[in-house]
Design a protein around this ligand. Structure first.
Ligand SMILES: *Cc1c(COP(=O)(O)O)cnc(C)c1O
Length: 218
């Protein structure tokens, strides 16, 4: 099964990097996948998933949680401020914290709800115009601002440009995390998660290598 193959490759990459086994979290990215494929991975016992849209996740995960018990969900796609409450109630981790307005909204809601998902600050390491995330040069100040709001920032997340060597972006993200005293690094997807693990990823987001190509993208 593809899931077993991926977990074995993660273990091998940890070994090669001289890292302790089990130090990389696998987020199975189930966005746009047919329910039957997601169910198969749940049946295998996997319990950590990633979705990129609040609406889509809200449509399918309550029923899966009902059937399969506790599931950890990560939001890995852009979050509009007006969906922050719904996202905080649905997700265990929000990996796309990328602007002061959203940080302030989450801080306010966390007070009200009395809980807050784990947060990752998204960094636009490639400084791409169309991509969300903080510019590398603005990240330190933003992390400080999040801390002043008492937000539980666990680490940084990046999506490298498709046409560039991902290792350069993973190293950059690692350096920014280190100088900010952050231990979490969400980086690496189907095509490059082993490289990411070599460069310190604590969380990899793998979709198509587990579930197969997303139907709408074939
Ligand atoms: C879709 C997506 C992934 C998974 O991509 P695959 O290439 O299918 O592994 C990872 N991270 C983010 C942010 C995504 O949107």
């Amino acid at each position: 099964m593809a899931l077993t193959d991926i977990t074995e490759r993660i273990a091998a990459a940890e070994r090669d990097a001289g890292r302790a086994q089990g130090t990389t979290e696998l987020v199975a990215v189930s966005k746009k996948q047919p329910d039957a494929r997601v169910e198969a991975v749940l049946e295998e016992g996997h319990r950590t998933f990633g979705e990129n849209r609040v609406q889509e996740a809200a449509g399918k995960w309550p029923a899966f949680r009902e059937r399969f018990g506790e599931v950890r969900l990560h939001l890995i796609g852009p979050l509009q401020t007006n969906k922050a409450r719904q996202a905080m109630e649905l997700f265990d981790a929000i990996e796309v914290l990328d602007r002061p307005k959203l940080a302030r909204a989450i801080a306010r809601l966390a007070q009200e709800i009395g809980a807050c998902p784990d947060l990752y600050v998204q960094v636009n390491t490639g400084e791409e115009e169309q991509k969300s995330g903080l510019m590398p040069g603005d990240t330190d100040a933003f992390v400080a601002e999040c801390r002043s709001l008492d937000l539980p920032v666990r680490g940084l997340m990046c999506i490298p440009p498709v046409d560039e060597e991902p290792a350069l972006h993973f190293s950059l993200l690692g350096r920014i995390a280190e100088r900010n005293g952050l231990s979490g690094l969400s980086m690496g997807m189907s095509g490059d998660f082993e490289t990411a693990i070599r460069l310190g990823a604590t969380s990899v987001r793998v979709g198509s290598a587990i579930f197969g190509a997303r139907p709408s993208e074939t």
